[in-house]
Design a binder for this molecule. Structure first.
Ligand SMILES: Nc1nc2c(ncn2[C@@H]2O[C@H](COP(=O)(O)O[C@H]3[C@@H](O)[C@H](n4cnc5c(=O)[nH]c(N)nc54)O[C@@H]3COP(=O)(O)O)[C@@H](O)[C@H]2O)c(=O)[nH]1
Length: 530
């Protein structure tokens, strides 16, 4: 017991690790929920900002285009006139008055013949050759400025055109100023689909936000990538992210503290049952030759903080809370799993004794548990023994008698535990059909002593013989006791002389050793596990 407790204190108990994991999971869960909310909010916010910027740029561009269209319309009125000083003067005036226009030109047969940039009529040459593409289009014009792209707006009248040019540098500056690092593309929706973008390559993947002008001449597009969303989140939503981190962490810590709060024994017991924290130890029952022919199931509570706890510390509470039903059921199931795996090691008719409390005598689900247990083994492999303790008064109700009858039909036997310690020993024998008497260790301890040595043992043996009831002597601790009991032809022995209650794995090892017919070395007859 002590050894096991010490080991438990050395390592962080499993429960603490489990609680830490649960608390971390909660913190992570809260953080992911709140972070997702913040992230969605950041996405919406960035998308709104981009839409607003697009609308603003669209409106400014539309103004520039309207102004240029208006200018070309006015210039088209000069298309019939000669390109003389008066015409060029008017063209210059138009270009000067419209702030975004750089030049106004008149074109016939794809040649510029009159321009606000020159005073006289221009003759046809390579430099004056100009093909009009659409109403709005971009071109590199080798005559005016060979290195720069220029946005042109045209107005057609018959075979002639009036065109106005807008420096694209101006639009670029406008975009750079307004977009504020949000990459934007302006597309002219003519057949060439000329694209002008700022800051990113058009194939960037992400959310596409596009705005078309009313006359479908322009589209402004922005593609927002995941990286942009995250950097916007980092810049504009850092505080909410930090706060959600703090909240999640605090919730995790609080939950951890709640899980590790000092529990009342009752709360701890409820938790232990739901965590299945009970370990059924098996104490060997031997025959007069010292061979293991059975075992008694004795529960230990593997308490997360206090280590192994003995039955007297929790069985009474388990009885008053009713948890004893579930605990017995869990114990039977665990023992079944251990024994089933090592069936060949079990001698036929292996005695498996399980303690039940008085309240379980009215519980028919206990019958179902026993039925399930026995059905897992071949017929006759296990002799199930139900131990009724004499310490508490068992009511001989019809329900209890029905339960015992049903158990007996399964082949189970009824043993009277702690025989002689209570007040009802004889009346129990009278009321219930008892198959086995367990002589209490307090009487066995007296064997060989001077103080009323073994009279009670002798009387119990006589009584059992007369009633044809088998006897288990419990609490056999030394060879004097064993020799005396053997002399009295007692059938079964249980006590520290043979082994203490053992962890099921160790009990199986003992059985394996016995099946190899290797008797236990003298010094190893008992084990530290209780
Ligand atoms: N309803 C349930 N009651 C249960 C269950 N498991 C245990 N119990 C009850 O607790 C009582 C005490 O059990 P435990 O502390 O495990 O003590 C047992 C043995 O360890 C001890 N023993 C066995 N041999 C010796 C020995 O040589 N010397 C010595 N000093 N003690 C010894 O005796 C107890 C065995 O008890 P018994 O049942 O009377 O055979 C226990 O009595 C149960 O009533 C449970 O699952 N349900």
């Amino acid at each position: 017991m002590n050894t096991t407790c010490k080991e438990n204190n050395k390592n962080p108990p499993k429960a603490l690790i489990k609680h830490a994991l649960m608390a971390s999971f909660l913190a992570l869960f809260i953080f992911s929920i709140s972070f997702s909310g913040i992230y969605l909010q950041a996405r919406n916010s960035l998308q709104n900002i981009v839409s607003e910027k697009e609308a603003m740029i669209m409106s400014l561009l539309q103004n520039i285009l309207d102004e240029a269209l208006n200018t070309t319309f006015q210039a088209s009125l000069l298309l019939e006139a000669h390109c003389d000083n008066q015409t060029t003067g008017q063209l210059k005036r138009m270009a000067t008055l419209a702030p975004n226009i750089r030049s106004v030109n008149l074109i016939q047969d794809n040649y510029i013949y009159c321009s606000s940039l020159f005073d006289q009529e221009l003759s046809k040459s390579d430099q004056t050759y100009f093909e009009v593409d659409d109403t709005v289009f971009i071109k590199t014009h080798n005559y005016f400025n060979p290195d720069e792209k220029i946005l042109f707006i045209s107005h057609r009248q018959g075979e002639r055109y009036a065109i106005a040019s807008i420096d694209i540098q101006y639009i670029k500056k406008l975009l750079n100023t307004l977009s504020n690092h949000i990459p934007l593309t302006i597309t002219l929706n003519n057949r060439q689909n000329v694209t002008y973008s700022t800051g990113y390559s058009p194939e960037t993947k992400g959310t596409r936000i596009a705005l078309n002008s009313d006359n479908q001449q322009l589209t402004i597009t922005s593609v927002l990538s995941e990286k942009m969303y995250l950097s916007y989140l980092g810049n504009s939503f850092a505080l909410p992210v930090i706060l959600s981190c703090i909240i999640a962490l605090s919730a995790g810590i609080m939950f951890y503290q709640y899980l590790n709060r000092p529990l009342s024994l009752r709360e701890a017991l409820y938790q232990a049952v739901s965590n299945d924290d009970f370990i059924p130890l098996l104490q060997p029952i031997v025959n007069p030759h010292g061979d293991i022919c059975g075992a008694e199931v004795l529960l230990r509570w593997n308490h997360p903080k206090q280590g192994f706890m003995m039955p007297d510390q929790f069985i009474p509470l388990a009885e008053t809370t009713g948890l004893i039903h579930k605990m017995t059921s869990q114990a039977l199931s665990k023992v079944k799993n251990h024994l089933i795996e090592h069936q060949p090691l079990l001698p036929d008719g292996f005695h498996l004794a399980i303690n039940i409390s008085p309240e379980q005598c009215n519980d028919l689900t206990f019958y179902e548990d026993c039925q399930h247990f026995l059905s897992s083994f071949p017929n006759g492999k296990i002799q199930l023994i139900i131990e009724l303790t004499e310490r508490e008064l068992i009511q001989s109700t019809t329900r209890a008698i029905r339960l015992f009858d049903k158990l007996r039909t399964l082949g189970a036997q009824i043993a009277l535990d702690d025989f002689g310690t209570g007040h009802a020993s004889l009346s129990y024998i009278n009321q219930f059909e008892i198959d086995i008497l367990k002589i209490d260790k307090s009487f066995i301890r007296k064997i060989g002593s001077l103080d009323r040595p073994s009279h009670i043992v002798d009387n119990v043996v006589d009584l059992a013989e007369r009633l044809n009831i088998e006897i288990v002597a419990e609490g056999v601790e030394n060879l004097t006791q064993e020799a005396y009991l053997k002399q009295r032809h007692i059938q079964y022995f249980q006590g520290y002389l043979y082994d203490k209650p053992l962890a099921p794995e160790i009990f199986i090892e003992r059985l394996a050793r016995q099946s190899r017919k290797q008797p236990c070395p003298e010094g190893q007859r008992t084990d530290i596990i209780v």
